[in-house]
Design a binder for this molecule. Structure first.
Ligand code: ADP
Ligand code: MG
Length: 462
């Protein structure tokens, strides 16, 4: 397939010859789709899963546009973490081997500031960095972007997850408006659309292995008899299924809390979400669920309104919804982003007529499945990967994601990969960290400084 050959792109011979030496003979699908557009100088929004070869797509684009003789910063790549920035810089250096004297500099948080100043004084063609530190250099005028041609946002969704939106905006405000912007992301939450509309110029969209694929939801129905049997059926299904994040729907507020309490005493990682929670409690439940430090939410339909989670893999209807479109809405929350989703519904004899209505509505028959064997009840419920730490400082105290990341990684023991979502509220901030390092992370936050002062931090459990 000549289409997928790098030769047809009109890359400089230095780049092209080196690609062969790297063993890059054919373009990956995302490269084949995006490189012609990137090389034509247009803004691009590209979506592709991990390992699809995005780095070379933007790397070749920015290298091909580079004027080596002009020793100015011509390209800036932002990545969510230091590890990712290091990887990207390494790949760009590999791609650039065929061009003499290209200088790629990484500027990341968690690294001493002074040496970075020295490197910047020596100059560079390409900067790869994390948002917080780049913004700091711009603010202190040690980094000047007036010669910038190409700006890349890599893993944009992760950067937004980590609370970098306002930092990114501050950085983009300081760039020449005449530039090419390339945005790479695995998912497309609304905030990315907002950024794209404001900061990209007529971007061309490139999408590989569409994540907007039809929802793949598998529906299963289980027959239950009385209250005790319903509860047991739920436990069996939870123990048997491989969920990371599950929502269990109840029809009443009262039942929501009772059920969450039952599950908690059986060792499940669970929180209730219903109308009796105040705003702060509700925020905490959602924060912990979204950042994967709580695995199950038991919710009423009303309370779950606005619950929009990309990675929800399982929905369980503890009772079948009173109305059909509510049921359809419930199960539509799973199976997003091209992932398979499971929707289980428990039905008693009395509820049989609702199941029949549902089948008529969906124009499909839903077979009744057999519950997992009771022996599974001996297993202990799986525990979430992450833990949530709460910090007593937020937007009002000007705490930013980068500050928290900096405090956690200050001595180098905790890696970016150990840190999950960072969410900043008015008076507090929440950071997800791997459970295995929760204590260490808490110590780093407690002993270290954020924005030059100490904030109290605690591990939220229970
Ligand atoms: P992504 O950023 O999309 O997750 P990477 O850019 O890190 O993916 O690339 C994944 C791997 O594929 C890297 O090891 C890279 O060297 C390799 N790779 C990229 N493009 C090609 C290609 N055209 N041919 C062979 N290997 C490639
Ligand atoms: Mg990548």
């Amino acid at each position: 397939m000549t289409d997928n050959n790098f030769n047809a792109l009109g890359l400089s011979s230095g780049l092209l010859d080196n690609l062969a030496s790297l063993g890059y003979h054919t373009m990956t699908p995302i490269q084949a789709q995006s490189l012609p557009v990137i090389l034509s100088g247009k803004d691009v929004i590209a979506q592709g899963k991990t390992g699809s070869g995005k780095t070379a797509a933007f790397g070749l684009g920015l290298l091909n546009a580079l004027d080596v003789k002009k020793f100015r910063i011509q390209a800036l790549v932002l990545c969510p973490t230091r590890e990712l920035a290091d990887q990207v810089a390494k790949e760009i250096r590999r791609l650039a081997r065929g061009i003499h004297n290209i200088k790629v500099l990484t500027l990341c948080g968690g690294m001493p500031f002074g040496p970075q100043l020295g490197s910047l004084e020596h100059g560079a063609h390409i900067i790869v960095g994390t948002p917080g530190r780049i913004e700091e250099h711009i603010r202190k005028r040690s980094l000047v972007l007036q010669s910038l041609n190409t700006f890349v946002l890599d893993e944009a969704d992760r950067m937004l997850d980590m609370g970098f939106q306002s930092t990114l905006e501050a950085i983009m405000e300081q760039m020449p408006s005449q530039r090419q912007t390339l945005l790479f992301s695995a998912t497309f939450p609304d905030e990315i659309e907002t950024i794209a509309q404001q900061y990209l110029q007529q971007p061309v969209r490139v999408e590989v292995e569409s994540v907007h694929a039809e929802h793949i939801i598998e529906q299963r129905v289980y027959r239950v008899s009385d209250y005790q049997h319903r509860l047991k059926a739920l436990k069996l299904l939870l123990l048997d299924s491989q969920y990371d994040s599950a929502v269990v729907f109840c029809n009443t507020k009262r039942e929501t809390q009772d059920l969450a309490d039952e599950l908690k005493s059986a060792g499940f990682s669970v929180q209730a979400l219903h109308g009796d929670l105040d705003q702060k409690q509700r925020d905490q439940v959602l924060v912990r669920f979204v950042n994967k430090s709580v695995s199950i939410i038991v919710a009423t339909d009303v309370a779950a309104r606005g619950l929009d989670i990309e990675a929800l893999d399982t929905v369980i209807n503890y009772q079948i919804a009173r109305e059909l479109d509510v049921h359809v809405h419930r199960i539509g929350r799973t199976g997003r982003a091209g992932n398979a989703g499971m929707a289980y519904t428990l039905v008693s004899d009395k509820e049989q007529y609702k199941l029949e209505l549902l089948e008529a509505h969906l124009q499909q028959t839903i077979e009744v499945s057999k519950l997992p064997n009771d022996s599974i009840l001996k297993q202990s419920p799986s525990q979430p990967e992450m833990a949530t730490l709460q910090i007593d400082g937020g937007k009002k105290q000007k705490v930013r994601a980068g500050d928290i990341l900096g405090a956690l990684t200050a001595n180098g023991d905790i890696k970016g990969a150990d840190i999950g979502k960072i969410q900043i509220y008015d008076q507090s901030a929440y950071v997800a960290v791997r459970r295995s390092i929760a204590k260490e992370a808490l110590d780093m936050l407690g002993n270290g400084k954020i924005k030059g002062r100490s904030f109290r931090a605690r591990h939220i459990r229970g």
